[in-house]
Design a protein around this ligand. Sequence first.
Ligand SMILES: CC(C)(COP(=O)(O)OP(=O)(O)OC[C@H]1O[C@@H](n2cnc3c(N)ncnc32)[C@H](O)[C@@H]1OP(=O)(O)O)[C@@H](O)C(=O)NCCC(=O)NCCS
Length: 181
Amino acid sequence: MEERGPMNDGIEIRESRREDLAALEVLHPAAFPDEDLLPLVRDLVGAGGDVLSLVAIADGELVGHVAFTRCGVAGRTERIDLLGPLAVAPARQRRGIGAALVGEGLRRLKDDGGSLVLVAGDPAYYARFGFVPEERVVPPYPLPEEWRGGWRSVGFGEIEPPLEGVLEVPPLWMRPALWAP
Ligand SMILES: CC(C)(COP(=O)(O)OP(=O)(O)OC[C@H]1O[C@@H](n2cnc3c(N)ncnc32)[C@H](O)[C@@H]1OP(=O)(O)O)[C@@H](O)C(=O)NCCC(=O)NCCS
């Protein structure tokens, strides 16, 4: 039986299903009008075990989505995940739904033996979850200058020796436009 996340002010967080795709195809363009994330989102929802894809449901409606993709660093066995994308329906933003999705994802990854979660995103937003600038693990494509402060990570404990090297991402993330839109 599918694990269900805690309720947060009437918000249910659960793993996405294929039937959610139609709603996700509306959500992402609404949250990111300037980016075409749908090919990535379709791949993430269909990816299976190496992707944790969570949706937020409020009043029976899909109002948020986050995905975490399992990645790696050469020569290391620790579990490393990449957060993204994260989207909340514009009419529902600033009510804690993004925070509930990220918090639930981090909790599940930690419980599942995760070591490090990386993100390329707004530094101020992700700092609130403990993400700090990441300098040792570098993205698979160079980020544009204005994004560099947004490359961050949060660890679930001390990693010795520290993880270092290029983040190895699965093919669905090997799209240069995702790293420099
Ligand atoms: C960013 C986003 C996911 C946040 O979700 P949310 O449910 O609105 O966020 P929360 O309610 O958990 O947190 C709200 C706080 O986040 C901050 N915040 C919200 N949107 C933000 C944004 N685009 N950039 C930076 N900070 C943001 C604000 O400080 C806000 O706090 P405040 O209302 O007290 O000022 C959502 O606004 C969204 O989908 N935006 C468009 C897509 C996007 O930019 N995604 C970023 C993923 S890398």
